[in-house]
Design a binder for this molecule. Structure first.
Ligand SMILES: Nc1ncnc2c1ncn2[C@@H]1O[C@H](COP(=O)(O)OP(=O)(O)OP(=O)(O)O)[C@@H](O)[C@H]1O
Length: 222
């Protein structure tokens, strides 16, 4: 789905990503891990077309416009004057594509994100974790082919975080390519995933999660 070749990203004179090369096949379930500042967000920004590489390239086997990539980033940008359900449907509204079926899907995603009962609240009336889950539901509404999520469970209690990660894994099993950055190494034990570890902007490991959890590198980073 993505072939990343010799990707470098410099920001304000700082090399944030250096010579990153790897392939992400269609249907992958991929965790990007690494210490704070290792370049996870920047890599996801490049994959989701929020940032342009300074050099190198990202070749998409199936080219999707930026608006068709389901993105979950820390700046959720919910529209303050729209309710929760209106925010989730907003990207489709813009395209004039809100059908009865899509509304049913939005309600289904609300229940999966444990937001039932909050659909008519405005963003100012819900918690940070709930805002995060609205952002996830909106991303899932946009696209079923690829989801790129930057620390999607960071503000959530452990039980909710686990339920939402289970849901990401389920949609991966249904065929969606899922790329997630996380600080939570406990997830690596729980899902058969590919794990790429970054350190100072470089890939230092790229392995299956089952080999990852007991590693020295893991202990160093947790
Ligand atoms: N706009 C920017 N201006 C200056 N430096 C930046 C900018 N964006 C990122 N950086 C730097 O790039 C490096 C990588 O940042 P990035 O946010 O990609 O790391 P990260 O692994 O996602 O970190 P965290 O886990 O804390 O979110 C950091 O040293 C950061 O300070």
């Amino acid at each position: 789905m993505f072939e990343i070749k010799n990707l470098c990203k410099n920001i304000n004179g700082l090399t944030v990503l250096e010579d990153i090369s790897f392939f992400i096949p269609k249907g992958a379930f991929l965790f990007i891990v690494g210490k704070s500042g290792s370049g996870k967000t920047t890599l996801l920004d490049c994959l989701s077309k929020r940032k342009k590489p300074s050099s190198g390239e990202i070749i998409e086997k199936e080219v999707l416009p930026s608006t068709k990539i389901g993105k979950v980033f820390q700046d959720f940008h919910l529209l303050p004057d729209l309710t929760v359900i209106e925010n989730i449907l907003y990207p489709l509204e813009v395209e004039g594509n809100v059908s009865h079926e899509k509304k049913q899907k939005a309600k289904f995603l609300l229940s999966k994100m444990k937001l039932t009962g909050k659909e008519n609240c405005f963003p100012a009336e819900i918690s940070g974790g709930e805002i995060q889950r609205v952002g996830i539901a909106r991303a899932l509404m946009i696209n079923e082919k690829i989801i790129i999520a930057d620390e999607p469970t960071s503000n959530l209690d452990p039980k909710t975080a686990r339920e939402i990660m289970d849901y990401f894994f389920k949609i991966h099993q249904q065929g969606t390519t899922v790329i997630i950055s996380t600080h939570d190494w406990s997830f690596l034990d729980s899902y058969p995933a590919r794990v790429i570890e970054l350190r100072e902007g470089r890939i230092i490991r790229d392995e299956n999660s089952q080999y990852f959890s007991n590693s020295l590198s893991n202990k160093e980073s947790s």
